[in-house]
Structures are given as C-alpha cells and as structure tokens.
Ligand binder design. Structure first.
Ligand code: NOJ
Length: 539
C-alpha cells in the first residue's frame, strides 16, 4: 500500500509542481488562478500524485513571476484570496493530496512594506538594516559597493535616489534580506507558523543556500571564489534551518522542509539534510544528467551514497519551472541541462519524437527509484519547451537583463493545454483574454486528447503512478542493480519489482520476469526497444 498516510510521507511521495500562472485560468484573465486549480483537483487526484508544490502564490509585482514576494501572508489578487487558498488546502486534503508552498527567504519584493519603509526612512535607519544597503565606491559613491554580479546578469547592486546602494543577487526588484538581523529571522519563523497553522504540509525553500552573506561584502573573482564563498553555502546558514526544523516538528503532524539547495558539492549538499535540518532537497544532479546509462547509474549511486549517512530520502527531478523541458532536451544531441549552457543550447536541433520517447522511458525510471519524485506540470503531457516565443511576450527577467541574448525560462512556463473547447486550448474559459504566454498549436497535446488516447504520455503517467501507489517496494527503500550490458540500466526493488531502461541503440532482452507490468513503448518480439523502459514483476 502507498504510504501517503504515514507521518514521513515525503520519503515516498510523488509531488506535482503547480506553477499557478500557467496551470488553469478560471476567471478568464489569461492568467492561472486558485479557482482554476480547485477545479482541476480531480485531474490531479486521477493522475495519482500525493502532494502539490505551489510556486509562489503571494501578492507580487511579478518582476520574477512571483519570486518577488510583497506580502508573505496573503494571496496575489490575480490568483484569488486567502480564503480560497484555505479552501484549496482543505479540498486537496480531502483527496489525500498534501500541500507544499514556496517560501522565499533570500529576498523579498521591492514592493514589500519593509523595503518601502527602508527607502522612506533613509540611510542609517533600522529599516535599512533589514537589507544590505551600503554607500557606493568612487569619488561620489557612483560605483557599486563591491564587484558582485547578479545571478540574473549585471551588477548585484542598484542605487537609490539618496545615493545608497542595495544588494540583490537576482533582479533589482528582489532586494536581499539581511539574515544577520534577528528581526528577519523572527519574521520568517512567524511566516512559517502562519502557513503551518493553515494546514500546509510542507514548504519548498527557495534559493536556500544563499541567505547568509559575508558581512564584509568583499570583492571576489567568480571564476575562483574563496572558501567560504561570500554568499553561497556559508556555514551559518544551517542555524536558520535548524530553527525552522524545530517549528516544523512542533506540529502534531510534522511539516516537511524541502530545500532548493543548488550546490555542485554533493557532500556539502547533504549537510542540509542532517536530521535536525531539512527533510529533503531537490536532486539537481539528476535533473542535469544526460541521457546516458553510465552517467545515470553514477548519479543514482552518488545520490544514494550522499543521502544515506544523513538518513534523508533521495528525490528524483527531471524538470521544473527554471529548466528546459525534458522532451526538448532529450531530443537534442546534448541531452544534459546546465543553467550556464541554456543560452548556447537554445534552438539547437531537437528531434521531438526521440525526445518524447526518451522522456517516457525516463518517467518510468524516475518513478521507480528509491525516494520521492517530482513532476513539473505539463511533463505528464510531454509538453515541449516553447523555444520560439515572440520576443515581446517574454517576461523572464533573465531575458530582459541579458539584453535578449539569453532566452530565459519562459519556454517551460507556457500555460497548459486542457481541451478543444475554451480559449488557449481550454486553459481559459471561452471568450477569455489570450493566455499570458501564447501557446503553439497544442491541440494534440491537450488533457482531453491524451485522456482518449491509450498510448499518450498522460495515460503512461497515470498507469505508472497507479502502480507506484500500490507497490509496497516503491517509494523509499532499498534497490539493487542488476548485471546488464553497459548501456542498459536495470534494478530491482523489494517485493519482486524490476525496472529496466534500454539506453542503447538496439533492442535488448528483458531480465527474467513473470509479468510485464508496464512499458514506455510496445515491446518488439518480447524485447525492449532502444530508449524504452519496462516495469516487470519478478516473483
Ligand atoms: C529559484 C526559483 O526557482 C527561480 O524561479 C527564481 O527566479 C529564483 N530562485 C529567485 O527567487
């Protein structure tokens, strides 16, 4: 039986990421909303997922699609109201679906009351100490206080009219909070309680390794950063998550902390998962891994080895709202993902049929590995990245701050296609405003079309999630590699379950089995074709 009713559900759960702007639009303004999500809870239940992670739903000027939060205790009016969020939480719970919300601690919005007060109260005020305000360098303070660059291009500093500068590791509309200030700590602890008290089951922690800065704000060479890094993964950061863990554990049903910890060093990454810190973190090594048997096996081994000592469940992620969609990247010659290479790989030739075939095989691999798994909305439909968006529709600050040279992340954020009726393939009701990002012709990819097609990606995900929910050996627990040819990945799970993935170019024999439970494409004369997976009963 599936373990969603257990207190440690995050060890096993299939977690679906909803990007609220692009999921479903009920009020017809071309932007997704909570009413749209509530109307689709039946869809998510039928899909077979155990939890939903919502990208930010708070009031926001949307300078970074909601990751610029103006008020952490309310809902953006374009999405709905706090009352609707409470209804959504309750309705999801009735369907045995947990709720995870996004908490953004590194920065807020420049529209946040704290930042507005800091601007109004001026240099030296206590309000300024909630952020990183500094005088500039140069004769008249006309140069930024140091040489740090924004992760979204350009300097990490913006000057305000009174001459001071403030730090923003992302867009200028996202001022970094000063976690040295106890008021910042107290505020976030209160925000956690606010949402936990409303029945939230867990939080996803945005940019979790960046909150603590070197207070000297010293210059550094980004190609050879010092250790410790001036703003990444500094030891003091762990105190923040320890205090959050105490709060999460104080609830009768403990709340889960899930980190977006983007670190190349897997051992440093694992420190965030110690028993008194976060419960889980996204596996970005897996997300970036190329479609290659050796690399995948190595990534799985490294993941399990790093999580085991801290007793945390592994997680498996193929995509999210920041990266190229799986179908598109797996159809390229170069099948990995790296933020630094997004621009270089943009519009590289991609074989859509091959990408889809591999994405289907990868879905079965991912859903069979030990631990929890994330499905980004639209992955269950096999949506491609929309690489050719009209420039004037692009909203990602990465696109704008790079002067249009980096396409940014809008291509994976295009609203979902639901049906043949309604505006934007049913994303909005009939007669509604166009979707905030235009869809290509996705008539063949709508939920309606795929529901009617037994060979669709949607039906594969539904079937796989149903099996996953009923197999006692799936979710967290042991796995054992099978001895296979180099380009084949195969492993067993307890209870007589085998997953086999053929990454070679030729069909291969299936390992011994008593029943074929599911395949990503039809077998050929009983053999597993190239770029395909099978789930087998072995006892
Ligand atoms: C990580 C989020 O996933 C991304 O979408 C956002 O732009 C940055 N953090 C800044 O909040």
């Amino acid at each position: 039986m599936f373990h969603n009713d257990t207190r440690d559900w995050w060890h096993h759960a299939a977690i679906y990421q909803v990007y609220p702007r692009s999921f479903a639009d009920a009020n017809g303004d071309g932007v997704g909303d909570l009413a749209g999500i509530r109307a689709k809870l039946g869809y998510l239940h039928q899909l077979g997922i155990n939890a939903i992670w919502f990208s930010p739903w708070y009031p926001s000027p949307m300078a970074d699609a909601g990751y610029d939060v103006a008020d952490y205790r309310d809902i953006d009016p374009s999405f709905g109201t706090l009352e609707e969020a409470e209804l959504l939480i309750a309705e999801a719970h009735e369907r045995d679906i947990r709720i995870i919300i996004d908490i953004v601690p590194n920065h807020c919005s420049d529209a946040h009351a704290w930042f507005q007060r800091a601007l109004a109260e001026g240099p030296g005020s206590p309000a300024r100490d909630l952020f990183w305000f500094r005088a500039g360098r140069g004769e008249h303070g006309e140069l930024p206080p140091n040489d740090w660059n924004s992760i979204f291009n350009g300097p990490a500093w913006t000057r305000v009219p009174d001459g001071e500068w403030y730090l923003h590791l992302f867009a200028p509309e996202q001022p970094d909070l000063n976690w040295e200030n106890p008021l910042v700590r107290a505020e976030f602890e209160d925000i956690l309680r606010f949402w936990f008290d409303r029945g939230i089951d867990g939080i996803r922690i945005d940019s979790a390794a960046l909150c603590v800065k070197d207070p000297t704000l010293a210059d550094f060479d980004p190609s050879a950063p010092p250790t410790p890094h001036p703003f990444e993964d500094r030891d003091a950061i762990h105190d923040i998550y320890r205090s959050w863990r105490v709060i999460a554990d104080s609830y009768d049903a403990p709340r889960a902390l899930i980190g977006e910890v983007l670190l190349a060093d897997i051992d440093r990454f694992a420190l965030y998962l110690r028993p008194d810190e976060m419960h889980a973190a996204f596996n970005f090594h897996f997300l970036g891994c190329p479609w290659d048997a050796k690399s995948l096996r190595h990534c799985v081994d490294a993941t399990l080895a790093s999580h085991a000592p801290v007793g945390a469940p592994s997680s498996w992620v193929l995509a999210n709202h920041d990266v190229t969609r799986t179908v598109t990247r797996y159809g390229r010659t170069d099948t990995g993902f790296e933020h630094a290479l997004r621009q270089a790989r943009h519009l590289m030739p991609t074989d859509a049929a091959l990408g889809l075939r591999r994405a289907r095989a990868a879905a079965l691999l991912t859903l069979a590995l030990p631990g929890s798994v994330y499905v980004y909305q639209g992955e269950e439909l096999g949506l491609p990245d929309v690489e050719r968006l009209p420039d004037d529709t692009r909203q990602d600050p990465i696109y704008h701050r790079s002067g249009g040279t980096d396409p940014g992340r809008d291509g994976c954020r295009v609203p979902l296609p639901w049906s043949s009726s309604g505006t934007s393939h049913g994303f909005s009701p009939s007669g509604a405003a166009p979707a905030w990002l235009p869809q290509p012709d996705w008539a063949h990819l709508t939920v309606e079309a795929q529901q009617a097609d037994p060979g669709s990606m949607l039906r594969l995900y539904q079937a796989a999630l149903a099996i996953r929910g009923n197999e006692s050996g799936l979710g967290d627990g042991p796995m054992t590699w099978l001895d296979t040819p180099e380009a084949v990945v195969a492993f067993t799970r307890p209870g007589g379950f085998t997953c086999v993935v053929n990454l070679s170019t030729e069909p291969v024999d299936l390992p011994p089995h008593t029943e074929v439970l599911l395949t990503s494409i039809d077998l050929t004369d009983g053999r597993l074709p190239a770029d395909a997976s099978a789930w087998l009963r072995t006892a």
